[in-house]
Design a protein around this ligand. Structure first.
Ligand SMILES: Cc1cc2nc3c(=O)[nH]c(=O)nc-3n(C[C@H](O)[C@H](O)[C@H](O)COP(=O)(O)OP(=O)(O)OC[C@H]3O[C@@H](n4cnc5c(N)ncnc54)[C@H](O)[C@@H]3O)c2cc1C
Length: 387
């Protein structure tokens, strides 16, 4: 535990351990021990940008007939695509299987396409995935990798009782499916501790948008609180970050490289086929031999189906050299850090969920990437640890 610079953070924990003095001193409060993070801009390996497929009314899951084809839509999951994937795809698969065909096509190979394809196989179908890009080149591969099932999922006024019921069922189904993916080689899915760090104890985690824009729905606390472990607070003196306050939560994390590979290899091992294909209009589906299709094209559905209700929400990740001993996440001054094993993730998340809203630009912003890394690095200044 005293490996390298980590020793510096533990000094406080060991203070007062002289044998002869034990009886005279107050009991030592166990101090939070965190392996120091080597956060530095010169350790950034990659900057990626992608757009979340947001719809004000939530994901599209209806069934549409186009020519001779029956299309089951499964897109528009905002910042919750991985988190809700198993639950959302279960609904799409039920609708597809209800048609009574055995050969089914899935359009798209991101989070929603892969989970749809695997669930179709489990329901007994023969499945081909048709997609323009495969992991790691899909938008899904550029996500942060946390279980965030209500992140930009819809606007508050669309969260009707029926929507809430469907969302809660999707979230629970996904959560339970993810429990079956823990403890596997390569850790595709694991739990981590995440620390919300504040300079001012009374400051809210995110500012409330102080304008007339619609509010994003927040559903977790109301509908699935039983799936959320209780948080714990650490006051100054009980942790390594000086006079700041910490709140610890436990969160589920996806190491997306390993996880997407697992999904693809399971699909192929079950006899699934993948074809690289690009569709420009729904009329292009006529050339497919399957009559029933699940449309999991994510933000691509905007161009393919002319769905203007899909709004891009830009998000940029700065990826950094992995550090296996760091297994906790941080949230500090509007920056999120996720300790992914396939590359540490730093992200400026802004003042509110409107950060990046209606912004389809995908050009990397180096200054933003460095701001994200330097903000987190500042936490370690003065601890004697870090880079
Ligand atoms: C910065 C950022 C962080 C995020 N963090 C998280 C997170 O921590 N947790 C979480 O749950 N979600 C997160 N998300 C959201 C998540 O990434 C998306 O909701 C999810 O990727 C959507 O998956 P999808 O399968 O619908 O779409 P995509 O991943 O975009 O996949 C679409 C597939 O369809 C194919 N396709 C598209 N159009 C066509 C076409 N015309 N012809 C042929 N093929 C086509 C593509 O090639 C691809 O294979 C984040 C998003 C961003 C941008």
């Amino acid at each position: 535990m005293l490996r390298g610079a980590g020793a510096a953070l533990l000094v406080g924990a060991l203070d007062g351990c002289g044998v002869g003095s034990l009886a005279r001193r107050a009991p030592v409060v166990p101090r939070l021990q965190l392996a120091p993070l080597r956060a530095a801009a010169d350790r950034i390996t990659q900057i990626t940008v992608c757009t979340r497929p947001f719809r004000a009314q939530g994901p599209r899951l209806d069934v549409e007939r186009i020519g001779t084809k029956i299309i089951v839509h499964n897109y528009g999951h905002g910042g919750s695509g991985w988190s809700l994937s198993w639950g959302s795809s279960s609904i799409a698969v039920q609708k597809a299987m209800a048609v009574g065909e055995n050969d089914i096509a899935v359009i798209g190979c991101g989070a929603l396409g892969l989970t749809s394809a695997l669930l179709l196989q489990r329901a007994g179908a023969r499945v081909t995935i048709y997609a323009k890009e495969l992991p790691p080149n899909t938008r899904s591969s550029l996500a942060s990798g946390l279980w965030t099932p209500d992140s930009r999922i819809c606007f508050e006024d669309s969260a009707t009782p029926e929507f809430k019921e469907m969302w809660a069922a999707m979230a629970r189904k996904s959560f339970q499916t993810y429990q079956t993916l823990l403890g596997l080689p390569g850790n595709p899915v694991e739990f981590i501790d995440n620390y919300f760090v504040s300079d001012d104890a009374s400051a809210p985690r995110r500012a409330v948008a102080n304008d007339a824009r619609p509010k994003f729905a927040e559903l977790q606390r109301e509908l699935i609180a039983d799936l959320m472990p209780r948080s714990e607070d650490f006051s100054p003196g009980t942790h390594p970050f000086g006079e700041r306050r910490l709140r610890r939560n436990t969160m589920m994390m996806f190491n997306i490289t390993a996880y997407a590979r697992l999904l693809v290899s399971d699909f192929l091992a079950n006899g699934g086929r993948i074809e690289i294909a690009e569709f420009h209009t729904p009329a292009d589906f006529a050339r497919l031999r399957e009559k029933v299709l699940i449309n999991a094209t994510g933000y691509g559905a905007r161009a393919l189906f002319g769905d203007e209700s899909l709004i891009p929400v830009r998000g940029q990740l700065a990826r950094m050299i992995p550090q296996p001993d760091v297994n906790y996440g941080l949230f500090y001054q509007r920056v999120s850090f996720v300790p992914r094993r396939d590359g540490m993730v730093f992200q400026v998340v802004g003042d509110s969920d409107y950060y990046g809203f209606d912004d389809a630009s995908t050009a990397p912003d180096r200054a933003e990437a460095e701001l994200a890394v330097n903000t987190i690095a500042a936490l370690y200044a003065g601890t004697g640890a870090g880079t």
